[in-house]
Design a protein around this ligand. Sequence first.
Ligand SMILES: Nc1ncnc2c1ncn2[C@@H]1O[C@H](COP(=O)(O)OP(=O)(O)O)[C@@H](O)[C@H]1O
Ligand SMILES: CC(=O)N[C@@H](CCC(=O)OP(=O)(O)O)C(=O)O
Length: 301
Amino acid sequence: MSKDTESDTKNSARSPADTARVLNEALPYLQRYSGQTVVIKYGGNAMTDETLKRSFAQNVVMMKQVGINPIVVHGGGPQIGEMLNRLAIESQFIDGMRVTDSATMEVVEMVLGGLVNKSIVSLLNQVGGRAIGLTGKDATMIEATPMRLPGKPDVSLGFVGEVKHIRTGMLNQLVDNNIIPVIAPIGTDANGASYNINADLVASSIAIALNASRLLLLTNTPGILDQKGELLTGLTPKDIAALIEEGTLYGGMLPKVQCALDAVAAGVRSVVIIDGRVEHAVLLELFTDQGLGTLIHASSD
Ligand SMILES: Nc1ncnc2c1ncn2[C@@H]1O[C@H](COP(=O)(O)OP(=O)(O)O)[C@@H](O)[C@H]1O
Ligand SMILES: CC(=O)N[C@@H](CCC(=O)OP(=O)(O)O)C(=O)O
């Protein structure tokens, strides 16, 4: 199909002036984010659909194209679960963390560092980007220690890690060379052991270490919802404490929100929780007036 015919078909309901307005709306955002680092956490629940995965890749490549430095940190919880099922290995979660013995760790490393990481890298490269996939073991980027659950000193999660230190040298070199880093949430220690780390935790730690201006967390809800199930578009740390207190914010959203609060407290200007099931979610959030999802920002903003 010729370009004209193709755009005629796609835009039949939109006038040229409307198209120009939409493009122009992006200008202040392009100016604001130019040269800045934006960390995007791509959750496993947002990766199921091929069209969505492609639109995500296009959005990230567009960011790079307009002078923003995107860093992708991905999850893959459902994909790990599927492989463990196929291998008849059972999984248990405690406080949102997958208890990880050595057999499970092998599968986590294979799925996150292999299948999931390389499929994202490949898509980014197919749509015109230059992406390189890494785990935290590469250049010992993510130094980890075994995670201890607060208030549960006797519970062992096996090879579940928390971030001790992020070594940014390699990441900075990749960014300086116009490469998009795609990071699987696997850490290591001085003995070369592998640790399975919650991807939200890795994303916020990397955002903090790189002084990122924004952290986008793509998940499978429209954002943080109130008691009536309506979207809350902007929240301060104080608002979040109240939602937790009244029991409106719970489960998997708790560690996610803790990561968001840690990032905001450490100077990441804003963290946004958005619906990765929406096509072009990243583009809509960054470059349009309406935005998407829930923006978590310091109260002084
Ligand atoms: N107030 C809330 N608003 C939206 N989702 C919430 C809220 N409280 C708890 N949740 C739950 O948190 C889930 C998102 O966390 P999680 O499943 O860990 O996401 P991911 O796998 O993308 O990291 C939602 O699907 C929802 O079930
Ligand atoms: C310790 C722990 O639970 N690690 C996660 C890592 C993947 C992840 O965080 O993936 P999502 O972002 O898609 O949930 C897991 O094993 O599922």
